[in-house]
Design a protein around this ligand. Structure first.
Ligand code: GTP
Ligand code: PEP
Length: 212
């Protein structure tokens, strides 16, 4: 079974504010783009993924991610992350009503295609399922099988909200690359230790964080 991934990406100029103590203002848009590129490229390389739809209003990111093979859905609601995801899922299903849909954050730059396939294969056993982030507080992936609404509840403490919504929490070993989102300097260090994709490797090359 194959999935359509919906990847939300806010405007690069406003992205990754929690990295402000690690990367200068002028660097963060480039980092956010590199994370998204590595996330989308790895997702597209996963055998469990049919296609990737990025929900964004950022023109540069849209061009770069289309070049990788993603399609772009404009963030028409402009009402935050969950509205963007619900809109993305509805747009996908308007065209392909039978799609299995999964939301994946755009900030998992160590993502490995086969680990993502393991997560999606596990999710396929349930109507709705989610993967907690590395901190076990948030969520990196929320999946909805054919015929199930996504009902995204991302944001602070989303693990508890997704659990309360009836989505099944996936408890899998060996899928660290899918769980490692990058919000803070410590997250970035952890992602670099796992091994990031090529664009993030270049974008972080000048940061003092390397080798610390
Ligand atoms: N399309 C869209 N994506 C969003 C929006 N808000 C957040 N995202 C994306 O959702 C994911 C998680 O976002 P956040 O952690 O809230 O924001 P961030 O830019 O990653 O980090 P901070 O600025 O530090 O909060 C990332 O992939 C964001 O780009 C939104 O309003 N619209
Ligand atoms: C949006 C989420 O992630 P972040 O930690 O990037 O805010 C979340 O965990 O639901």
């Amino acid at each position: 079974m194959q999935w359509t991934l919906v990847v939300p990406l806010k405007r690069l100029a406003r992205a990754k504010s929690r990295l402000s103590d690690t990367a200068a203002d002028a660097m963060r848009p480039g980092l956010a783009l590199a994370f998204a590129q590595d996330t989308v490229a790895a997702a597209l390389a996963s055998p469990a993924v049919a296609d990737v739809a990025v929900v964004t209003d950022d023109a540069l990111a849209a061009r770069e991610l289309i070049a990788l093979g993603a399609r772009v859905i404009p963030d028409e609601p402009r009402a935050g992350l969950n509205a963007a995801l619900a809109h993305g899922a509805a747009t996908v299903r308007a065209r392909h009503p039978e799609s299995a849909v999964a939301a994946l954050n755009a900030d998992v730059p160590a993502l490995r295609p086969l680990e993502l396939a393991r997560v999606l294969d596990a999710a396929a056993e349930f109507p709705r399922a989610f993967l907690p982030d590395a901190a076990a507080i948030g969520t990196t992936l929320l999946a909805a099988a054919k015929g199930q609404e996504l009902r995204p509840a991302f944001g602070t403490d989303s693990r508890a909200r997704h659990r309360a919504s009836g989505a099944v929490e996936l408890c899998l070993a060996g899928v660290d690359s899918v769980r490692q989102d990058v919000d803070t300097g410590d997250d970035l260090r952890a992602a670099l230790a796992l091994g990031v994709g090529p664009r993030t490797a270049v974008a972080t090359a000048g940061l003092l964080i390397r080798g610390q």
